[in-house]
Each structure stands twice: as C-alpha cells, then as structure tokens.
Write a protein that binds this ligand. Structure first.
Ligand code: GDP
Ligand code: ZN
Length: 322
C-alpha cells in the first residue's frame, strides 16, 4: 500500500467538485463511505444520521473508497454523491500489473500484523512504518500467534527492544487468548485502522475475532452477486463495538507498501530523522559522509543494525528508480 498523498490531478478534481457545491444548500447531505462496489457506494448518513443508503456518484469525482467523506443529494432520481470532502490521506497499493490502486481514505492507524509463523520480516515491517510516517498514521506492531511460543521468551524477534524506544506500540496477540483480543480492541478505539501484513499471519482470524458476528454475516450476504454467486469480499468500514472504525480490505491485506519518492527517506525512520540534525552536512545521506551522526550511532548500537540495514536497502531501491 502506498504512502502517497493525493496527486495534483486528484486534488484539483476534488477542488473543482467542491467549488460547485453550496455548503448552505440543505439538499446537500454529509455521509461516510462504508463500501464501494461497482456503481454502488454504500453511504452512512452523518447529518442527520440514519440507515445506510446506496448512492450513485458523479463519474468526474474519480476514485471513491471506504473512509471517504461524501456530500450527496437526492434530486428525485435517487441519492447521488456530488462531491468528496478533502482527504486527510489515501492509502494505496500496487496491484499485480504495477498499477497504483486506492484502498482506503482518512485512515489514522496502520496495524502491522506479524506472527511467530511465518516469522517476521523486519525489512517489510520497516517499509510499512516508513509508509505510516509518510502518511501521518500511527502504527501499531502486532505480533500474533504468541501461543506458538515454545520458551518463556518475553520479546521474540526483539520487536519490543527495537521499536518501543522509537515510540511504537508493540502488542502480542493470539486468537486463542481473549485478553489479547480485548487489548487489541482497546488499541483500535478512537482510530480508523487498517490491518496489513503478509499472508498467513492471522489477519482474517483477528478481524473475525474483533468484528461482531452480525457485521460479518451482513458483509458476506452483500457479497453475493445478482446471480447468487459468492464474489470476493469487498473492502468495508466497520464501526467497532468498543469504539473506533476498522476498514477491512480482504484480498489486499498483504499489500506491498509503496513509498513516496518525493519525501526524504530518512524522515520515515524516526531515529534517523532525529539524529540527522547532528550530521556535519545538512544533506547527509548517512552512507559514507564524514561526521555522520547516524552511522556513529549505528556503531555504538544506539540505532539498531537492522533498522539501518532497512534504511540502506530502501535508499538503494530508491536510487534504482529511474
Ligand atoms: P491471513 O492470511 O493473515 O488472513 O491469516 P489467517 O487468518 O487466514 O490465518 C492463517 C492461519 O493461522 C490459519 O490456519 C489460522 O487458524 C492460524 N492462526 C491465526 N491466528 C492464530 C493464532 O493466534 N495462533 C495460532 N496458533 N494460529 C493462528
Ligand atoms: Zn548522516
């Protein structure tokens, strides 16, 4: 999923749509996009609140995703989305053909799900974290399947040791441990979250454990197409019983984060960003420049070697992009 802010064309399209909307027109209503499937967008009316409705939309609005705040109106031919309110952010992913696809808007928290099995890839974790930093999202590192732990190890894969000093929350969970599911629910309160991570770490199982049964059943029913065949579940925003929203993105939870090449990579690594102020050169890349405070801190162990390796690898990837 990309840590990319809106491109200029998207922004100007939204601004253009905005200009033609009269905020004082009582026919214009505000709503939250719950799901978008084909030509139908499910909208939760916000003001005044009410039951979800199916809306059409003006094609000129561009992509509409879960979490979008929509302005809709009904001029006698059914509700129609006529504008989108400006987004705080837009999560995007790269599809199998190298195209960037929007996944969800106005997200505030990225839950990076790892597990004892398959073992965490800290490089991928760091990519997710850079993506979160670029989008201004909070990140929660979740180590699932903790029940598979053989020994009484308190910090497998040193996730707590490396990431907590940086200010990231690290939580252990198991679908077999209700207390850990409660703790996860608590971390979702007050946020609009997306759960990401590679296949097999337990994202679907955790999502099922978090969401009320009734919501899952409704989502499954709405995913039968007109011929009665079951189709891939689409992304959907859920209100959680204890507060907070979860945008579930079945099928694309294992997205590859795509980083924004326009943002300095070092800003995506909190400790590198902070220390780089002490480098001799303002434009230090922390590779082989003299007087580099970052490399000095890697040598003393103040910066974890694996974090610096991730930084260097991403820097090389960036250089490879034409
Ligand atoms: P996803 O691909 O990330 O959505 O992963 P799934 O939710 O499909 O889970 C993959 C496998 O891991 C399934 O067989 C689950 O039953 C199992 N699993 C999920 N969570 C846990 C857990 O906390 N502990 C254990 N032991 N197995 C789990
Ligand atoms: Zn430096």
């Amino acid at each position: 999923m990309a840590g990319r802010r809106l491109n200029r064309r998207q922004q100007s399209r939204i601004r253009e749509a905005q200009r033609t909307i009269d905020p004082n027109d009582p026919a214009n209503r505000a709503g939250l996009v719950i799901s978008h499937r084909g030509k139908a967008v499910e909208v939760e009316p916000l003001d005044p609140p009410g039951d979800n409705i199916q809306c059409g939309f003006k094609p000129s609005l561009g992509v509409i995703v879960c979490g979008d705040r929509a302005i809709y109106r009904d001029d006698g031919r059914g509700p129609l989305i006529v504008a989108l309110q400006p987004r705080d952010n837009l999560l995007q992913r790269m599809d199998g053909f190298g195209h960037i696809k929007a996944v969800a808007a106005n997200v505030t928290q990225l839950v990076v799900c790892l597990a004892l099995e398959p073992a965490p890839n800290r490089f991928l974790l760091d990519q997710y974290l850079v993506s979160a930093e670029q989008q201004g999202l909070q990140a929660l590192i979740l180590l699932n399947k903790i029940d598979l732990l053989q020994s009484a190890e308190a910090d497998p894969f040193e996730l707590k040791a490396i990431y907590r000093p940086l200010g990231y929350r690290v939580l252990h969970s198991s679908i077999e441990d209700p207390a850990s599911i409660r703790a996860l629910r608590e971390q979702l309160q007050g946020h609009t979250s997306v759960i990401s991570g590679v296949s097999g770490v337990g994202k679907s199982s955790l999502t099922k454990a978090i969401l009320p049964d009734i919501d899952i059943r409704i989502a499954e029913i709405s995913d039968f197409n007109k011929e009665g065949r079951h189709t891939t579940r689409s992304s959907r925003l859920y209100h959680l019983p204890d507060g907070g929203d979860l945008i579930d993105t079945p099928g694309v939870r294992g997205f590859n984060p795509v980083l924004d090449p326009k943002q300095p990579l070092s800003d995506g690594f909190r400790e590198i960003r902070d220390l780089s102020q002490h480098c001799r050169f303002a434009n230090c890349r922390h590779v082989n420049e003299p007087g580099c405070a970052v490399r000095a801190s890697v040598e003393t162990g103040e910066i974890a070697a694996s974090r610096y390796r991730s930084y260097r690898k991403l820097l090389e990837n960036e250089a490879a992009i034409p």
